[in-house]
Ligand binder design. Sequence first.
Ligand code: RP5
Length: 164
Amino acid sequence: MAKADVAIIMGSQSDWPTMKHAADVLDELGIAYDARIVSAHRTPDRMYDFAKSAKSEGFKVIIAGAGGAAHLPGMVAALTTLPVFGVPVESRALSGQDSLLSIVQMPGGIPVGTLAIGKAGATNAALLAAAVLALMNPDIDKALEAFRAGRTAAVTERPVNDPA
Ligand code: RP5
């Protein structure tokens, strides 16, 4: 398996349908990742071990998704200086507003780059991770440019009745 530059972590198996959108974008860009379930609440020791060893494992960026009382991105950011992008997963009770507010309002000094709730956030977390890696990797830069150009080319000038 190729060495993973990106860790995609999530608080629960139930977060995967959301976080898979980040994985799909990384696949499209040819960026290796490792997806793991790491819960701040249910597996705190696993979270601590992951965050403390993430840099020595070779990860360059961490994407962390969680829902509800979503402490995972902030706790991981407290334990590593790697960039952490937080994805608020859409919760059943409060539609992800709880997740968003749990992740976004970090105290100054411990940053989490917080994305939108749900699929858009997971997608953009992967694109931001790619943009960070692209600073050091021309192949990823090219893939990111092509990705953007593809999305631009896909926008028709006029609406159609049955878009593919
Ligand atoms: C959080 O609790 C997880 O990130 C998930 O979004 C939420 C619900 O988890 P499950 O009860 O579905 O496992 O820790």
